[in-house]
Design a protein around this ligand. Structure first.
Ligand SMILES: C[S@@+](CC[C@H](N)C(=O)[O-])C[C@H]1O[C@@H](n2cnc3c(N)ncnc32)[C@H](O)[C@@H]1O
Length: 458
């Protein structure tokens, strides 16, 4: 077999034109047709890059110098942008971020889903694409024996110490300041991944944008000393706090929250509202992180579901029942399915709080529970799925095909698995009618998408 000659060498410097952005927001250029990913470079730029890694069909280069700047390049707002792995696109004008996300979805549908002629609408952006996050999870650790609290550097577990993050709600920045004060005042040992020792691992903050309620969760490896003092510091510094929780995570794992919580002060949950519905949110329950765009996303889901009041609807991966309850008032009956028991407890309570009686919530994996519902004779007219990044299990897609609903609405946070699952549905009697990306995560390379599919009647 003839081996393909790689036209570049590691550690050498090259001048290249960048003509595209990759799925993680990296610039992509070519040297004799060979793809080179350069983090921080933008399409339309000519840059100097030093090759740091060469693989079979692509290479990674470090951005050394920009020879010709893109007109879309802007000054990043955050001083940590260069080092922190949280945002990838702060150097790109917001309008262009939206164009990039639309293209990202189109490319995934074409490349992975073989869906070339699908209507992908322009990504819906925010008027003010900053301070939008209602939840932060900051790792706590040491950098050269000094306390560090912030984010990990890209693709690593190297901590970056951060005082202020411009995509978080302001109050979240204040929480980190107080946690720092607690650790330093009482000399509480912080967690060290390499030795699995120390106590404080993460600080997680959740804030209700509409309710102004605030939950502070300290994730610990074992017991927390000075609990009373921790509560005092948080309550004095943040009189608006409604819930202070200790979460136990004693395992060697990347999963931030453990299963056990202890309420140190206040309520076990916070409340928030989306549209005219109120929601109860527990520490372990999923809740969309951008509440302003969530309303846009859910309204689009409702529009695509096109309910008349006579339909039976299944909402798979329902979390605390937010989409289910949004749709329930326009449907005859709705079933929400979710794997986290506490989220299902919240969903039931949320139905009660909002006076909704036609919603039933079931605990378990969608791919196990929905086939059982089908066997019991439940036939959905509309199915909504909103899975985690890995997408839907094929057993669930198979069950949906067998159930043969008129419409399926797919809400996705990962264009690649979305495209894979739409391909399956397109091969099994469904057509993609419309695709609407929504910018839930400004300044990052992530995009949320809502898709309407309908059954192709023979
Ligand atoms: C992206 S969230 C969507 C939640 C909800 N639809 C919302 O908008 O808030 C995905 C949810 O799926 C749940 N989940 C993960 N795997 C699951 C599975 N196999 N079956 C059911 N739920 C699952 C997660 O716990 C999480 O609540």
């Amino acid at each position: 077999m003839r081996s393909v000659k790689i036209p570049i060498e590691k550690n050498k410097e090259y001048e290249i034109n960048i003509d595209n952005l990759g799925s993680n927001g990296e610039g992509i250029g070519r040297i004799d047709g060979f793809a080179v990913f350069v983090e921080g470079a933008l399409p339309g730029e000519r840059v100097f890059t030093k090759i740091v890694k060469v693989a079979k069909s692509y290479a990674y280069g470090k951005l050394l110098h920009i020879i010709q700047k893109s007109p879309d390049r802007v000054e990043p707002k955050c001083p940590y942008f260069k080092y922190c792995g949280g945002c990838q696109l702060q150097h790109l004008a917001y309008e262009e971020q939206l164009n990039y996300k639309t293209q990202l979805v189109k490319d995934a549908l074409e490349r992975i889903g073989n869906l070339d002629h699908v209507k992908v609408l322009q990504t819906i952006g925010m008027d003010e694409p900053w301070k939008y996050r209602n939840k932060a999870q900051f790792p706590v650790g040491l950098i050269k024996d000094r306390l560090a609290l912030g984010f990990y550097a890209p693709r690593s577990h190297n901590l970056i110490n951060i005082d202020l993050c411009p995509i978080q709600h302001d109050i979240i920045n204040r929480v980190t300041e107080l946690v720092r004060r607690f650790i330093q005042t009482y000399h509480i040992p912080v967690y060290q991944e390499s030795t699995h020792t120390g106590i404080i691992r993460h600080v997680v903050t959740r804030v209700g944008f509409r309710s102004n309620q605030l939950m502070v969760i300290l994730v610990t490896n074992g017991e927390l000393p000075r609990k009373k003092e921790f509560v005092s510091i948080i309550r004095e510094g943040l009189p608006a706090v409604t819930s202070i929780i200790q979460n136990y995570q004693a395992e060697r794992t990347n999963v931030v929250l453990g299963r056990k919580n202890q309420t140190l002060w206040g309520s076990d949950y916070i409340m928030d509202a989306i549209g005219d519905l109120k929601f109860k949110i527990s520490p372990l329950s999923f809740y969309q992180i951008n509440p302003i765009q969530t309303e846009t996303l859910y309204n689009k889901t409702l529009e695509y579901a096109d309910l008349t009041g006579r339909e039976t609807v299944i909402d798979a991966y329902c979390g605390i029942g937010t989409i289910s309850l949004f749709l329930a008032r326009k449907a005859a009956r709705i079933y929400g399915v979710e794997v986290i028991p506490q989220a299902i407890e919240d969903a039931k309570e949320n139905a009660r709080i909002n006076g909704i009686e036609n919603a039933e919530f079931l605990t378990g994996e969608s791919e196990a529970v929905i086939p059982r519902l089908s066997k019991l004779g439940v036939k959905a007219d509309v199915v909504v799925v909103d899975p985690p990044r890995k997408g839907c299990d094929e057993r669930l897609l198979q069950t949906i095909v067998d159930m043969s609903p008129k419409r399926m609405v797919y809400v996705s946070c990962n264009p690649a698995t979305l495209a894979r699952d739409l391909k399956y549905m397109a091969e099994h009697g469904y057509q993609v009618d419309e695709v609407q990306p929504v910018d839930m995560f400004p300044q990052t390379a992530h995009v949320e998408t809502v898709v309407l599919m309908s059954r192709k009647d023979k």
